[in-house]
Design a protein. Sequence first.
Lengths: 359, 274
Amino acid sequence: MAEIRFENISKTFNEDRVVKNISLTIKDGSFTVLVGPSGCGKSTILRMLAGFEKQTEGDIWIGDKLVNDLSPSKRDIAMVFQNYALYPTMTVKGNIEFGLTNRKVPKKEREQLVGEIAGIVGLTEHLNKKPDKLSGGQRQRVALARAMVKKPKVFILDEPLSNLDAKLRTQMRTELIQLHEKLGTTFVYVTHDQVEAMSMGDEIIILNHGVVQQKAAPIDVYENPGNIFAAEFIGQPPMNVFERSAFAGTLDGLPEEAHYIGFRPEHAGISSTSASVPHTIELESEILALETLGAETIYKVKNRIGVMNIRSFAAPLPKNASCFVTIPFEKLYPFGADKTAGPGLDLSVKKEAALNGVD
Amino acid sequence: MKTPSIFKAVNGLGLLLLFIIFAMPFVWMASTAFKTLGETLTFPPVWIPETLQWENFTQAWNSGPFLKYFFNSVIVTLFILILQFATIIPAAYAFARYNFPLKNFFFALTMICLMIPSQLIFLPVYLNLSSWGILDTIWGLILPFVTSAFGIFLLRQSFMQVPEELLEAARLDDATEWQIIRKIMLPLAKPVLVTLALFSFIAHWNDYFWPLVMTTTDTARTLPLGIAMLRQVEGGASWNIVMAGNLLLVLPILVIFFFAQRHIIRAFVYTGVK
Ligand SMILES: Nc1ncnc2c1ncn2[C@@H]1O[C@H](COP(=O)(O)OP(=O)(O)OP(=O)(O)O)[C@@H](O)[C@H]1O
Ligand SMILES: [Mg+2]
């Protein structure tokens, strides 16, 4: 059990500042997900936490220990790697046991621990196989077992599911969540998959270019994105964001500070007939393209504001048809000049005033 | 229909030719080793001796202190093998996995060693060993070969292919660097290690030049020298005895080859992949 603190952490790889002055607290026992596009520094942050990479500046605390100068094995952490990194010449048992053997844990205790963990992850009948004889999911479990057997204070997982097929990934997702509940240990989990982040984390840290964009619970990230990047990163398709000027004539009386206005594709409605609903923007639009996914349909439409994505659960409309897109006023997200959502940008207080501008 | 069969025939013929070129000297050696002295001199040559002259082998063996030569050879090759591994493994690991000042410079230096023919440096090495007073000793035969640039190069290649995460996982598992080498790197590099061991063994078991330069008495002479000296006994060369000695010399290599074949092929496939 341990809280993790990053204090003003920066990392520079030959001139290249990859992580920029990050300060973070990861709560004890939380399942914290670091998410962000490729190359944003997620792995670098994990590797600094694990001790494989030394930060250029700043302090890292695990629990009440300053770990800046501690070697990886002294940090009381365990890591699950993206490609599993199982020892190919050892059996499953050998893999799980390796750390214990190196720590000179007596054989009897070792046997017992390995047996116990193998039971938990369902590997008991595979203990004597080599990793290359296992399926992807089983290898993943070996990697988990190897991490668990050391009873670390912190689990570090770097995209552990990205090598699995979609079905297995969903299954392992659930298993990992249950495992976290059972162990109650701090999990730090890296992914670039926002669905994974939303479904697994109890806290999400969104990163871009080595800077934290937002840190909040998944539902908060969704409902109150801290800035345009977070708004566009979480959600599929991403939030539609337009400059204020696009709304000229459509939406007057916007607060001064609102330089950008966004709304989520699933919050807008689409229909073939006009129905002037109060508190709603209605836009006559043309359907450019649509993706029918069964339960839902994703449209790309064009109207006087611009090109936008609309996600609808109603029966699909024909392509190239003209239609009406409605956006409830309360679902609009304003952002400031610096692309962040901040105080003074609450649209609801000016709701009535702005409503008068709806044509 | 026609072309492929012609092609096949040409191909087969080519292979046969190659086989003959490679096998001929060997078969000739084996055949001569069982001949009488008279049979070695007849023309046209006979391939299969009338009766197998097994006593050629005892005669070869007894015409000098061959037990001594044999032991010298075993000790020299074995020590070279062990010491080479003791130096190659850490060096290859360091070159593959560490960053240290002047790493590239030292690696370039190692590669240069690979390119200099040994005949070029034998004189300074000889003088060096002479100043240490170990000429005509076993150590004089061993010390110049305690490491191998080729070995470092080949093993480094193989170590570099091991993914970094594997080492990181092992470090998290409290493994020392030595344990990482022994439990992870070496098992993965096994085909390369077998190849290196074979190369080293063959090269030094058969080595003629360096023992010839180094030794002046029987105390440190090795088998190849002993066999070569068979030619000088009894005035004219009795080729049947020389060939019997040669056959004895290559026998251990043949045996090892026979058992290690699978590994050798794998090693070449392995190094050829990347
Ligand atoms: N050892 C290194 N030397 C130089 N640059 C590095 C090194 N490791 C990472 N980088 C750079 O740091 C940046 C962040 O890399 P990092 O691996 O942390 O990204 P990531 O967020 O994990 O991306 P991905 O989702 O693709 O795994 C990249 O631009 C990468 O090129
Ligand atoms: Mg990464």
